[in-house]
Design a protein around this ligand. Structure first.
Ligand SMILES: NC(=O)c1ccc[n+]([C@@H]2O[C@H](COP(=O)([O-])OP(=O)(O)OC[C@H]3O[C@@H](n4cnc5c(N)ncnc54)[C@H](O)[C@@H]3O)[C@@H](O)[C@H]2O)c1
Length: 256
């Protein structure tokens, strides 16, 4: 297998989540040196397995990305472990699935604080480190198709993910002179703990899941690795002409 990320120093956030733990596994197989982080104190079994398979190439640091001190620690530990940062996969996120008229201020604040505010600050800190070290790096953010088109019951989440998409485009402009590329991926429904958690409050979970599947041209939700391979490409030198893009990976959800 080609080592597309050989010796690239990569931060992966949300690393204990469905897409994050698969990103850690695939990035490691592609030769990356990884600082994996999540607010979950203990790594998941899959993440633990990756840590044991690549002990010198993956470090796990727990941290809440809404806390400035934790953001600083993640950047500091990456640089002290590996010397610099080449890639950030800003992947952590929360979903609030709630009708507009029932969404609380607390839910709105949470989704904006986690998805937009903490992403802004982490990307800013990582970009500063890249600039200081003269690294022509790549930053990839996890937006959502829900940030590009309207989903029912997702006004707060959709607004936050539209914010992530726009943050990517704007940062790409601001970082152009430093040759740091910024792109976002916009997944459709991906079979991770996130949509299952959303469905917990419904009685007719099976019917809703089937409807979600049918909303994709593929007739199913995506698998985490189907997003991660796109992220690997965007992180790699092969994507040298990709900048400021928001790339859908949604089984055709948004083309109908
Ligand atoms: N699953 C989907 O259908 C879907 C679709 C489009 C976009 N996304 C986005 O993909 C990304 C990954 O989600 P996933 O599908 O793997 O879901 P997930 O819930 O399995 O993973 C999200 C991870 O983010 C972490 N996280 C949340 N808040 C955090 C914080 N404040 N600090 C640090 N970590 C925090 C969680 O602990 C969790 O491990 C998210 O940004 C999500 O919004 C998911």
């Amino acid at each position: 297998m080609t080592m597309r990320l050989k010796d690239k120093v990569c931060i992966i956030t949300g690393a204990a989540g469905g897409q994050g733990e698969v990103a850690v596994e695939i990035f490691a197989k592609e030769g990356a040196k990884i600082l994996a982080t999540d607010m979950n104190g203990e790594p998941t079994a899959r993440l633990q397995n990756a840590l044991e398979s690549y002990p010198s190439n993956i470090k796990y640091v727990s941290g809440d990305m809404t806390e400035g001190a934790d953001l600083d620690r993640v950047v500091r530990e990456t640089v002290s472990s590996y010397g610099h940062i080449d890639v950030l996969f800003n992947n952590h996120g929360v979903m609030v699935g709630s009708p507009l008229l029932e969404t609380t201020e607390e839910e709105l604040d949470l989704v904006l604080r986690v998805n937009v505010r903490s992403s802004f600050l982490l990307c800013q800190k990582v970009a500063k480190s890249m600039v200081d070290k003269g690294i022509e790096g790549s930053i990839i953010l996890n937006s959502s198709v829900g940030g590009l088109i309207g989903f029912p019951d997702m006004a707060a989440y959709g607004a936050s993910k539209a914010g992530v998409a726009q943050l990517s485009r704007s940062m790409a402009n601001d970082l152009r002179d430093h040759k740091i590329r910024v792109n976002a991926v916009a997944p459709g429904g991906i079979d991770t703990p996130m949509p299952h958690k959303y469905l917990e409050k419904f009685e007719d979970r099976e019917a809703i899941w089937k409807a979600m599947e049918q909303a994709h041209l593929t007739g199913r939700l995506g698998r985490p690795e189907e997003v991660v391979w796109l992220v690997v490409f965007l992180a790699s030198d092969e994507a040298s002409f990709m900048n400021g893009s928001v790339v859908t990976v949604d089984g055709g959800y948004s083309c109908v």
